[in-house]
Ligand binder design. Structure first.
Ligand code: NDP
Length: 308
């Protein structure tokens, strides 16, 4: 069985080009371009980078973007007010509240307050409810990106066994619903699942979204399975590097660690997984790139749904 390593950049670039074309067309027709407003609370360095990248990507595609940066000590009530103001603002098509929020804020209350039609992260209870029912909605970005990876790579979903590791609101539960809507037989695993490896090994499509570096090892993967690695974790020690990689990839990653002090890895142990899998998504260069592309698609859809 030959291994295919998925090129997430190629698929993300395709989707972004499609979005950019549609945005251009809207503007050509005299419609205001789509607008995305991100709300960032506090100084979490990863969140700052994510918000900055989303803003850059939006502008590349002709989507207007703005960021509202609030202090770490912002109380829930004040953030709710900000969200309500954005809900009322007709010039704003998409609202993105960057997660995680500081602990003093009630995140569920904030997400529930976002106008369903502006919920470009697709995680408002109404959008998630519609998703489960198979009704049109703004779909959560990472799960939608995973589906794009599978469909654009020609991986069959209907009738196959899919296993989703993780049951979070933003990845595990919605991607399981989307696979089920496409007629896969879906098993969802979590931290209380007994004999996990015996379940994961049965899967034709295995989706790992748990946030533990290298948790999924080659012996947990069925021969020829499609492995979608959602995890984003950092490793820096030589021992971890040698566990994940060998050969040229080990050399390349060692150079990255020497330069940056760390390298990104997924929830799948690369070295042992590629010996068994049929198709695998790399980290970085896989699902993460699709997440941003699908966010842009959602902003465009939110704009189109509004009309002129
Ligand atoms: P959460 O922490 O919200 O959820 C993790 C899930 O994994 C939980 O359901 C948990 O089970 C399960 N889990 C944890 N440990 C185990 C274990 N030992 N065995 C089985 N299941 C386990 O994570 P997210 O879904 O938010 O994110 C998962 C990963 O994906 C992270 O690395 C995150 O950084 C990354 N991510 C990447 C994105 C991208 O664009 N590529 C986007 C979003 C997330 P339980 O419910 O029982 O606690």
């Amino acid at each position: 069985m030959t291994l295919r390593i998925l090129d997430g950049k190629q698929i993300a670039d395709e989707i972004k080009a499609e979005v950019a074309r549609e945005v251009k067309e809207l503007i050509h027709q005299g419609t205001r371009p789509p607008q995305l407003t991100a709300v960032l609370v506090g100084e979490n360095p990863a969140s700052r980078v994510y918000v900055k990248n989303k803003g850059h990507t939006a502008e590349e595609l002709g989507i207007e973007s703005a960021t509202i940066h609030l202090p770490e000590t912002t109380p829930t009530e004040l953030l709710l007010e900000e969200v309500r103001r954005l809900n009322r603002d007709d010039e704003v098509d998409g609202i993105l509240v960057q997660l995680p929020l500081p602990r003093i804020i009630n995140a569920d209350q904030i997400l529930d307050e976002i106008d369903v039609k502006k919920d470009v992260d697709g995680i408002h209870p109404a959008n998630l409810g519609r998703l489960v029912l198979g009704q049109p909605c703004l779909e959560p970005c990472t799960p939608a990106g995973i589906i794009q990876i599978l469909e654009r790579s020609g991986i069959r979903i209907a009738g196959v066994r899919a296993c989703v590791l993780g049951r979070s609101r933003i990845v595990g539960k919605p991607v399981a619903a989307m696979l089920l809507n496409r007629h896969a037989t879906v098993t969802i695993c979590h931290s209380k699942t007994p004999e996990l490896a015996s379940v994961t090994r049965e899967a034709d499509i295995l989706i790992a979204a748990i946030g533990r570096p290298g948790f999924v090892t080659g012996d947990m993967i069925g021969p020829g399975a499609t492995v979608i690695d959602v995890g984003i974790n950092e490793i820096s020690s030589q021992t971890d590097l040698a566990r994940f990689f060998d050969g040229e990839e080990l050399e390349r990653r060692s150079v990255v660690v020497a330069r940056k002090g760390r390298t990104l890895v997924g929830d799948v142990e690369w070295k042992s997984a590629i010996a068994v899998a049929g198709l695998i998504t790399p980290v970085p260069g896989g699902v993460g790139l699709l997440t941003i592309a699908m966010l842009m698609k959602n902003v465009l859809e939110a704009r189109k749904a509004k009309g002129r």
